[in-house]
Design a protein around this ligand. Structure first.
Ligand code: SF4
Length: 354
């Protein structure tokens, strides 16, 4: 059960002060209090889904990415419809309800290819929700197809796309983006694509990747950008933050001093997200990058959702994060904290309590 956040809105100066001065315990208590006021029935949700990375071909060259391949490079692939179908069949066997469908940004595929693909999945598996195509993919699909962003979203929506993941946001500060992903869409463009989707009634999620070259002010700029947009359309269903995974990435080569972010930093930022993002009902724990036990602790630092079982994950595992968890383990971790585990759908509606 969720209700409206009645806590007083926190300013940028206030959150900066908390980030830099509050104790970990204080942040956790404050974030948890807000979470409990929004989710008063003590339910912690999770979703059974599967990442399907339909291609790893990508021209964008983000420096933090160990997943992408250039066309013609060894290991580059585009999944066939039959391969995608067999992955969805496996997902259905374990009671899955959603596919997180994302690729690299393929330099040649146009809107017609995506429409056919989405329509194929939606027609064959109407019970599966397609949560797919990040802002960077949609931006490029529109550009290469010489159509507007609005038309690209509408056509994909008509074909069966339900929701847009927040990937590609990294840090929504152009100072940071210019360093870590100079070819990627800028802050304004990322926000514009989500705004267009929200206007068309297509909801999505917002994400943040920290732990590269950003400072605290950049993080607050990111939070402010998404909080402002959420004030306008309430189109983000959840916020998810994860830490940069440096292994095998060009960014680590360029900035060798960058280390994997600590669990302490993750929990502090998670709690501050809950405190600042007062118009987000759902905040996910990122056990995929943090491991199951920090993922569990995140539920005491403001998160109300344990995310997904992640039947298949290729992007952060390419960069060194290799955690896994099944439904039974998730239920156990939630019960261990005295909360009620529940399987949910993409819209955060509870499907089943355990
Ligand atoms: S993060 Fe995504 S857009 Fe960036 S290089 Fe990797 S696959 Fe391409």
């Amino acid at each position: 059960m969720s209700s409206t956040n009645t806590h007083k809105r926190v300013s940028n100066d206030e959150i900066l002060y908390l980030m830099q001065n509050a104790s970990l315990k204080e942040l956790g208590l404050r974030a948890n209090q807000i979470r409990d006021s929004l989710h008063s029935d003590k339910t912690i949700t999770f979703v059974i889904d599967r990442n399907i990375n339909y291609t790893n071909a990508c021209w964008v060259d983000c420096k933090f990415c160990a997943f992408k391949r250039r066309l013609g490079e060894e290991g580059v692939y585009v999944l066939s419809f039959a391969e995608i179908d067999s992955k969805i069949d496996e997902l259905l066997e374990i009671g899955g309800t959603q596919i997180l469908f994302q690729g690299g940004v393929h330099p040649k595929l146009k809107i017609e290819w995506y429409e056919e693909l989405v329509s194929h999945i939606h027609t064959k598996y109407p019970q599966i929700t397609i949560h797919g195509f990040s802002a960077v993919e949609i931006h490029y699909i529109a550009k290469i197809s010489k159509i507007s962003v609005q038309e690209a979203i509408l056509r994909l929506q008509k074909a069966g796309l339900s929701s847009i993941p927040g990937a590609g946001a990294e840090i929504l500060s152009d100072r940071v983006r210019d360093i870590i992903a100079p070819k990627k869409l800028d802050t304004k463009q990322w926000l514009h694509i989500h705004e267009e989707a929200h206007k068309l009634g297509m909801k999505g999620t917002a994400t943040m990747m920290f732990g590269s070259v950003e400072n605290d002010e950049d993080i607050i700029e990111h939070w402010q950008n998404i909080r402002d947009l959420q004030d306008k359309y309430n189109g983000f269903r959840a916020f998810i933050l994860w830490s940069f995974q440096p292994d095998n990435t060009p960014l680590k080569g360029e900035f060798p001093h960058i280390q994997r972010a600590s669990s302490n930093r993750y929990l502090r930022l998670l709690a501050c997200s809950r405190i600042y993002l007062d118009n987000f009902v759902n905040i996910q724990s990122s056990w995929v990058t943090q491991g199951p036990y920090i993922g569990q602790l995140a539920l005491l630092f403001g998160a109300n959702d344990l995310g997904s079982t992640m039947m298949e994950e290729n992007v952060v595992s390419s960069a060194g994060a290799c955690h896994s968890m099944n439904q039974a383990e998730m239920i156990k971790l939630i019960k261990d904290l005295g909360y009620k585990p529940a399987k949910r759908d993409t819209a955060y509606e509870v499907l089943k309590y355990y």
